[in-house]
Design a binder for this molecule. Structure first.
Ligand SMILES: NC(=O)c1ccc[n+]([C@@H]2O[C@H](COP(=O)([O-])OP(=O)(O)OC[C@H]3O[C@@H](n4cnc5c(N)ncnc54)[C@H](O)[C@@H]3O)[C@@H](O)[C@H]2O)c1
Length: 253
């Protein structure tokens, strides 16, 4: 793998599992030093160990992205360990509970918005000053096809992801002349623990989710990670302010 990110530093929130884990490994494969930030450490299949065993550099920082002290601490650790931030994949998210709008509990609303939307904003708030110092940086925020379409039964999640798209476009405008690109990715149905929780691993329910995908299958985390690292690369140097579907044509329907 060409080391296009040699000497660069990438933060991945929600990096212990799923899409974030795949992105952390993809950044490391390309030579980046990686900060895996998550509120849970993956004890069984630790991303840091994997990166270090293949000669890369990585640290794990325990961080709840909805807590500003945790996010500030995560950024401080990044700077004290690696000295800079080049790329940030603000990916941590929760699906919340399935309930139509009037049945959505206040607790579900607050928690989902707090992690998925406030969490992305807090990460940007503390990442951007360091990117401004370097006059360069790339931020990728994890939205969803639920950031582009309505989703019956997931009001808080859908609002949080539409919010991420709006925040991404706003920040892209604010920092475009200051060397920072800001984009969102909008994954379709991606086979991770999140989808397993949603389907309950029930084959019939899984079939319904697969049927939603024009491409005829779920995506895998690595396919999303490839889009993330490409958007961070110089190949995407004129791309900022987009919400890019990675969704097997879901949003084309
Ligand atoms: N899987 C899909 O089909 C799909 C589709 C569209 C968007 N997404 C989005 O992709 C992102 C990753 O989802 P995934 O499918 O990999 O899910 P996942 O549940 O497999 O992984 C989510 C990761 O985020 C971490 N996390 C959750 N809340 C956190 C918090 N408050 N602070 C820090 N870390 C936290 C979890 O511990 C986990 O490591 C999410 O933002 C999700 O909304 C997923």
């Amino acid at each position: 793998m060409e080391k296009i990110f040699d000497g660069k530093v990438a933060i991945v929130t929600g990096g212990s599992f799923g899409i974030g884990r795949a992105a952390a490994l993809a950044f490391a494969d390309r030579g980046a030093k990686v900060v895996v930030a998550d509120w849970l450490e993956n004890q069984e299949d630790n991303v840091n160990d994997l990166i270090k065993s293949s000669g890369g550099e990585a640290i794990f920082v325990k961080c709840d992205v909805s807590n500003s002290d945790d996010v500030q601490n995560m950024i401080d650790k990044t700077i004290s360990t690696f000295g800079r931030i080049d790329y940030a994949f603000n990916n941590a998210g929760v699906e919340g509970h399935n309930a139509i709008t009037h049945a959505c509990s206040e607790e579900n609303w607050d928690k989902t918005i707090s992690v998925n939307l406030k969490g992305v904003w807090l990460c940007m708030k503390f990442e951007i000053p360091h990117m401004l110092n370097n006059k360069k940086g790339v931020i990728i925020n994890c939205a969803s096809i639920a950031g582009l379409n309505g989703f019956a039964g997931l009001p808080a999640y859908t609002v949080s992801k539409h919010g991420v798209v709006g925040l991404t476009k706003t920040a892209a405008l604010e920092y475009a002349k200051l060397g920072i690109r800001v984009n969102a990715i909008c994954p379709g149905v991606i086979h991770t623990a999140m989808i397993d929780r949603v389907t309950g691993k029930d084959k019939e329910v899984e079939k319904k989710y697969i049927q939603m995908e024009p491409i005829g299958r779920m995506g895998n985390p690595e396919e999303v990670a490839e889009a993330v690292v490409w958007l961070c690369s110089e190949a995407a140097s004129f791309i900022t302010g987009i919400a890019m579907p990675v969704d097997g044509a879901y949003s084309a329907v």
